[in-house]
Design a protein around this ligand. Structure first.
Ligand SMILES: Nc1ncnc2c1ncn2[C@@H]1O[C@H](COP(=O)(O)OP(=O)(O)OP(=O)(O)O)[C@@H](O)[C@H]1O
Ligand SMILES: [Mg+2]
Length: 172
């Protein structure tokens, strides 16, 4: 089971000093990521938007794959590196997995119908949201990945009440 460790100080200028707004986990290996994904899966609600931030190879897709498996999805989960979006139905939820690393233009956003996917029903998990700055809706939660010599550290930041509820469940 991944071990929670003390909250980092709230980010300056984020308008929050709520102790519940940040939570970090050390994911020592992929098994720890899978265990954490199981906990995260049980906190998901329809319509949530989750941004996944971190360098290439930081473990974002690995977490989404584990999350889908935790929700009962048994098919292949491939990275949306070239398709930009892969969609799933699992655990009673509709999930949209975006990877916007190769995203180029606002026109592409509209033409692909990405805006319509953020419909308050789909759970949207977005890798590289910064590549479509101003187009991707605000995140309920942001998960920041840091590559360690062994494993990964993740910090989860909640930006909305829904996100904070999620964090509270993860803390318990
Ligand atoms: N908790 C972990 N501990 C150790 N290695 C991990 C962990 N999570 C993922 N990895 C490894 O990191 C590698 C890259 O993972 P992944 O493809 O998920 O990264 P990514 O953040 O989605 O990258 P990209 O930005 O290129 O899409 C994989 O080989 C995976 O096995
Ligand atoms: Mg990825």
């Amino acid at each position: 089971m991944p071990a929670p460790h003390p909250n980092p100080p709230p980010q300056a200028g984020e308008g929050t000093n709520d102790r519940c707004a940040n939570l970090s986990f050390l994911l020592a290996d992929e098994a720890a990521t899978a265990a954490f994904a199981g906990r995260l899966a049980s906190t998901l609600r329809a319509g949530m938007v989750i941004h996944l931030r971190g360098d290439l190879g930081a473990g974002k897709t690995t977490l989404v794959r584990a999350l889908l498996h935790a929700l009962g999805y048994t098919g292949r989960v491939k990275s949306p590196t070239y398709t930009l979006l892969e969609q799933y139905e699992a655990g009673g939820l509709h999930l949209c997995h975006f990877d916007l690393y190769r995203f180029r233009s606002k026109e592409e956003w509209e033409a692909a119908g990405f805006r319509e996917e953020f419909d308050g029903r789909n759970v949207c998990l977005v890798e590289w949201p910064e590549k479509a700055h101003g187009l991707v809706p605000q995140a309920d939660m942001e998960i920041l990945f840091e590559i360690l010599p062994r494993g990964r550290n993740i910090t989860i930041r909640a930006n909305t009440e829904t996100g904070k509820e999620c964090l509270r469940s993860l803390q318990n």
